[in-house]
Design a protein around this ligand. Structure first.
Ligand code: HEC
Length: 417
């Protein structure tokens, strides 16, 4: 039997705009977990429209609506008829249709989509951007079969892939993680090292192996920045606390005489003479200890406030804030610790809380943690900005940093940096 060439276009007028919108709306409402029964009604119908329509705009409308409704959820049951949709739309000429279909198929637990993406991620000949996107997508649904691939990709030649793999390992309680990351550590880029430390500090067992490596001199003690130490202390693990005190010493959370300490550091600064520091060198110190959280002159992170417009020319202001971040902590910057059901500890600033997920900004990255994975959430009265940040600096580094911080404008980095 020969098919009428316009066979498909006949289907579309049967779904007038109103009905389409009602269907999409119903599916989205239902998917946000209000009435699962309605989802069961609407989703197969949407799948049917997707599979029968050749109208890319209509497909996009439905796919975008579904994606928005599923945001913050790692997985959802696959609606009837989706396999047909997947087979058809992953071959679409429209790039966004393909991407959205693959992403949704993943959320619906499609084995085909998982296998395709795993293969793409591990393919060293494929485009680096595509490999990174594949990894990100697999991590977003927390693909249970991914850890062996991640462990292998820690040694990949492509930095963007390495970074995603190192960060991604934090999601899994895999027994190979600590040994692999610690062995590879010296070969990692500075950024990937930070990611590795952060991944290790997320779980008590890995943290103990990390501290053993620090005690054994395999990882420099100074790589453990104050915010990592805070993260390590957040584990309720006696053995770990003991190790930490042995390596790091006791961290004093408050000082008996704050103004005296400010005065002492000011004397160190002025001992440098009429131009106590060097701007370019100070910028290097800033990049090392502050830039991950603060923007100054348009570069740096967004964990803490942008300090370009702060009262930086006032040395007292600077030192009080650097030495005693906990003296005054605006509520939106209080550190929150989330414990997940699979025993990961995440410390950061809560940016958004909705019925599906909590979005938390750590010193390293912005994470979305689905509500169902959270065991407990504790908000402290401490700032996410750690104390003791400048305790490790040499006097000259301290002078350079304070000098740079008090400059009205940006300076160039020293040659070769
Ligand atoms: C782990 C993240 C983090 C790091 C690292 C960090 N800060 Fe902060 N900082 C914050 C947060 C969060 C706040 C806001 C809460 C508070 O005031 O404690 C803050 C506040 C400040 C403020 C007060 C800003 C205001 O609005 O008045 C200053 C100044 C400051 N930081 C300077 C620094 C300097 C200098 C460094 C490096 C030596 C540094 N910070 C390192 C997170 C960080």
């Amino acid at each position: 039997m020969s098919r009428h060439p316009n066979h498909r276009t006949h289907v579309i007028p049967e779904f007038p705009t109103m009905k389409r919108l009602v269907l999409i709306g119903a599916a989205c409402l239902a998917l946000t977990a209000v009435t699962p029964v309605r989802a069961a009604d609407a989703l197969p119908q949407l799948a049917e429209i997707l599979a029968s329509s050749d109208d890319a705009q209509l497909q996009l409308d439905i796919l975008r609506g579904l994606s928005a409704a599923l945001r913050g959820r790692r997985t959802a049951p696959m609606p009837a008829g989706w396999t047909k949709v997947e087979a058809k739309l992953t071959g679409s000429a429209n790039g966004e249709v393909r991407t959205l279909t693959q992403a949704l198929s993943l959320t619906f637990g499609s084995q085909r989509a998982l296998a395709d993406l795993r293969q793409m991620a591990a393919d060293s000949k494929a485009d680096a951007g595509a490999r990174r996107s594949a990894l990100d997508a697999l991590l977003a649904v927390r693909d249970a079969q991914l850890p062996p691939t991640l462990l292998q990709l820690v040694a990949d030649a492509e930095p963007r892939v390495v970074e995603a793999a190192v960060r991604g390992l934090a999601l899994y309680d895999d027994p190979g993680t600590a040994a692999t990351l610690l062995a590879r550590y010296p070969a990692l880029s500075v950024g990937a090292r930070r990611d590795a430390l952060n991944t290790l500090a997320g779980r008590a067992a890995n943290s103990r192996q990390l501290l053993a490596a620090v005690a054994g001199g395999k990882i420099p003690r100074t790589d453990l920045t104050a915010d990592l130490v805070r993260q390590l202390r957040a584990h309720k693990d006696e053995a770990l606390r003991k190790q930490l005190t042995e390596i790091w010493g006791v961290v004093h959370e408050t000082s008996p005489d704050m103004q005296a300490e400010v005065e002492r550091v000011k004397r160190v600064y002025w001992a440098g003479g009429s131009t106590p520091g060097d701007g370019p060198r100070g910028r290097v110190v800033f990049n090392k200890v502050c830039a991950q959280c603060h923007t100054l002159f348009d570069t740096g992170g967004h964990v803490g406030p942008d300090i370009t417009g702060a009262n930086r020319s006032d040395l007292d202001y600077l030192l009080q804030n650097i030495l005693y971040p906990n003296a005054v902590v605006p509520n939106e910057y209080r550190a929150t610790t989330i414990e997940t059901k699979d025993d990961r500890t995440i410390t950061g600033i809560v940016k958004e809380q909705n019925p599906a997920a909590t979005v938390i900004q750590t010193a390293n990255e912005l994470l979305t943690v689905p509500r169902g994975e959270i065991k407990s959430t504790t908000t402290s009265d401490q700032s996410l900005m750690p104390e003791g940040l400048i305790a490790q600096l040499k006097d000259i580094e301290l002078r350079d940093l304070l000098y740079y911080l008090s400059r009205p404008g940006q300076v160039n980095l020293p040659a070769g940096q």
